[in-house]
Write a protein that binds this ligand. Structure first.
Ligand code: GH3
Ligand code: MG
Ligand code: MG
Ligand code: MG
Ligand code: MG
Length: 302
């Protein structure tokens, strides 16, 4: 698995046209995370998309795109929508605060800046952000195996379908089903069945290592792997690799004619259609999986 995203240091982005103000705020929060800065709204927004900060401290008065507009743009950028924005401003009063809050800010820090106030507000919102991230992360994980769950898979597949309609190259998908798993449970017991599911899940997750690939538990003893920009032949080779990797685990399965736990894999690849694209590619991989079962299991079918 990749490094846990929540154990990393917080990233703080300061957007302010005054270098003096940036220096001061950076100094106040220096031990609370890595500090990054931009001196304009447009460059700040660009930086935020690359950095994915945990908090943005935003000056209101800036030439060009001002703080309010920058904040609105941040909130309309899907990957930044959850990042808390705190305004730093000399303008206090009901109208200014309402304008800031309706632009999507979570808080205000008044100028002249006071160190304990800056630190307390930043700390509060970093904690809330971390808790939100933890909940989102939990909601995307399967309780038994720890790999991504069906919800995460459905979301990612939708994103990849949209992306592959704009970019060249087909989208690939593999659906994996454990062979004769009901008799495995019956013979070895449900707890051994759970342990087996965990090992297969980790094996599949570790096999899906390329950037953008995502392995998920799709259902009971079924898994799915999203294969971005993958041709049919390449998707097939990935399927072969999975079948091999599971065989290499050499998990005993006395009731199976193979003598060990094996999987069947159905793969599909293609250009997503305009709508209903995920159903289409899932259906194709599903019917390939059905044929892999019919043709004897422990194999991949395209
Ligand atoms: P096939 O080769 O055709 O796939 O046969 P199968 O026995 O694997 O297929 P079937 O769909 O009949 O059985 C799936 C089994 O997976 C039945 C169910 O008890 C088991 N299963 C599903 N989820 C879990 C789980 O979370 N833990 C355990 N231990 N077993 C599970
Ligand atoms: Mg300013
Ligand atoms: Mg099944
Ligand atoms: Mg099965
Ligand atoms: Mg079945």
């Amino acid at each position: 698995m990749t490094a846990h995203p929540l154990e990393r240091e917080a990233k703080i982005l300061i957007i302010d046209d005054s270098p003096t103000s940036i220096r001061l705020v950076s100094h106040f929060v220096r031990d609370m995370g890595s500090v990054h800065f931009a001196t304009r709204g447009d460059t700040g927004l660009k930086m935020a998309v690359e950095l994915l900060p945990d908090i943005i401290l935003l000056d209101v008065e800036m030439p060009g795109i001002d703080g309010l507009e920058t904040c609105s743009l941040i909130k309309r950028t899907p990957e930044l929508a959850d990042v808390p924005v705190i305004f730093i401003t000399a303008h206090t009063g009901v109208d200014h605060e309402v304008a800031g809050l309706s632009a999507g800010a979570v808080d205000f820090i008044p100028k002249p800046l006071s160190e304990p106030i800056v630190r307390a507000r930043v700390k509060t919102h970093l904690t809330l952000k971390r808790q939100g991230d933890q909940l989102r992360e939990l909601a995307m994980r399967d309780g038994l195996t720890g790999i991504h769950n069906r919800r995460a898979f459905d979301e990612q597949l939708l994103i990849e379908c949209r992306r592959h309609r704009r970019t060249p190259g087909p989208l690939g998908l593999a659906i994996v089903d454990i062979d004769h798993f009901k008799p495995f449970n019956d013979f070895y017991g449900h707890q051994a069945g759970d342990a087996c599911l965990r090992q297969i899940a980790l094996c599949i997750e570790e096999s899906a290592r390329r950037p953008g690939e995502m392995a998920a538990r799709y259902g009971g003893e079924e898994f799915a792997v999203i294969l971005p920009s993958t041709e049919r032949e390449e998707a097939c080779r990935f399927g072969e690799f999975l079948v091999e990797q599971v065989r290499a685990l050499a998990l005993p399965h006395e009731i199976s004619s193979f003598g060990m736990v094996t999987v069947s894999v159905g793969v599909a690849a293609g250009k997503p259609a305009i709508d209903g694209c995920n159903n289409e590619i899932v259906a194709a991989a599903d019917s390939a999986l059905y044929r892999a079962k019919a043709e004897g299991r422990n194999r991949v079918v395209l």
